[in-house]
Ligand binder design. Structure first.
Ligand code: ZN
Length: 398
């Protein structure tokens, strides 16, 4: 099931590294953080083999890592807990302080990954890019998901599959958070359905495009057109940018069952019955794309609903971000700065509705809560915006 090197029958954490001694970016790809998703490892193995044949004038360093080794060997999403959770700073400290791997299989796996990540970050000479490779349990188009910074948007849009905004904030503690918190560009790519050759092809195509986009391979050394074509075909004309509007979060024992037959990215009309649990039946509140419908035993999300975002709004939101938006936005009617938190805006109720609310999301204001007379929006990853892909003059200074 897992494509491994014939000389290393057991799967190893480091699938391979590639470095031809030229200055350039560090790129770190992770496959199989979910053990039932080996397609990322197969795609990385193909890329490593091609890099090994030479002739691409590779710049910087390429790391290919395997995620949940114990779960990959059993073809299971995880053994004791989802390894793509618990990447918040306090959990990382706990795991590193723990010394012992702990009594859960995933604690040991996570500790090893953290140490490799930290070492790669320390050794980097230039910019850094992290990419997490996934597949999903339902049929559906591939897509990218990102910590919503301008760098990440630019990278994600270079891969011709839908870019999903707002998915990362629905999932607390995903591995992307580890890098986003450090101001590092990071993307997750869903390649398609588990155990299909299409998913491996899609992930491989995305890897080559990102290597060129990150500056690891000169544009004239790698013909990206066949890879773009593979992805365009897989994306099947879906909107290039989608935003998550709703997540069906699951709790243990609530007995959620997805209605059969949904594919990821299926467009459903408002009122479509999506699933049920012991308490109630769930319907789509408006026309939306269904994402990642749950057809496997393990998981914390039943489904997501997304709607498309016009490039116009994305451009507007980029301008605001470049202009250092919080103080500027506070000049608009109905908006004011939080007295103590400089990346927080307080928005009067009449403004914080409908399209405006979606616009705030696009502007990078993620965390929201009700306060007296309105809503409070706080920017996520407000620090070090736009920093991660800028070449660094010295090594490891942060
Ligand atoms: Zn996954």
């Amino acid at each position: 099931m897992i494509e491994t090197d014939p000389e290393t029958p057991r799967l190893s954490r480091v699938l391979g590294r590639h470095d031809e001694g030229r200055e350039g970016p560090t790129v770190l790809f992770l496959g199989g953080i979910h053990g039932n998703e080996p397609a990322g490892l197969a795609a990385l193995t193909r890329v490593l083999r091609r890099l090994g044949r030479g002739g691409l004038e590779y710049h910087g360093r390429f790391h290919a890592l395997a995620g949940n080794l114990a779960a990959l060997e059993r073809g299971q999403r995880f053994l004791d807990r989802d390894l793509n959770r618990a990447w918040e700073p306090h959990r990382i400290r706990d795991i590193l302080d723990g010394g012992d791997p702990g009594d859960r299989s995933e604690d040991g796996e996570q500790g090893e990954l953290i140490r490799i990540f930290q070492q790669a970050l320390q050794e980097r000479g230039g910019s850094f890019l992290f990419v997490d490779l996934h597949t999903s349990s339902a049929m559906g188009a591939p897509f990218t998901c990102l910590g919503d910074t301008l760098d990440n948007r630019r990278l994600a849009l270079s891969v011709p599959i839908p870019m999903i905004l707002g998915l990362e904030e629905c999932i607390d503690g995903a591995v992307l958070e580890f890098f986003n918190e450090r101001g590092i560009a990071g993307l997750a790519i869903e390649g398609g359905k588990h155990d299909t050759t299409e998913a491996v092809d899609n992930l491989e195509a995305a890897i080559w495009i990102l290597l060129v986009e990150a500056g690891a391979i000169p544009r004239d050394r790698c013909d990206l057109e066949p890879f773009r074509e593979t992805l365009r075909r897989a994306a099947g004309g879906l909107p290039p940018i989608l935003q998550i509007r709703e997540r069906r979060a699951l709790l243990a024992g609530d007995g959620f069952v997805m209605e059969p037959g949904f594919e990821s990215f299926q467009l459903v009309a408002g009122g479509t019955r999506l699933g049920r649990d012991h308490e109630q039946v769930y319907f789509a509140p408006h026309e939306a794309y269904v994402l990642l419908p749950l057809y496997q035993g393990l998981g914390e999300d039943g489904y997501f609903l997304a709607t498309s975002v016009h490039r116009f709004w994305l451009r507007i939101s980029s301008w605001f971000r470049v202009l250092g938006n919080t103080r500027l936005l506070a000049l608009l009617p109905g908006l004011r700065l939080h007295p103590h938190q400089k990346s927080t805006l307080i928005v009067r109720s009449w403004v914080a509705q409908g399209l405006t609310l979606r616009l705030f999301h696009l502007l990078g204001y993620r965390r929201q809560r009700k306060v007296d007379g309105g809503m409070q929006f706080t920017r996520r990853w407000a620090r070090r915006e736009n920093d991660s892909l800028r070449p660094r003059s010295s090594r490891g200074s942060s």
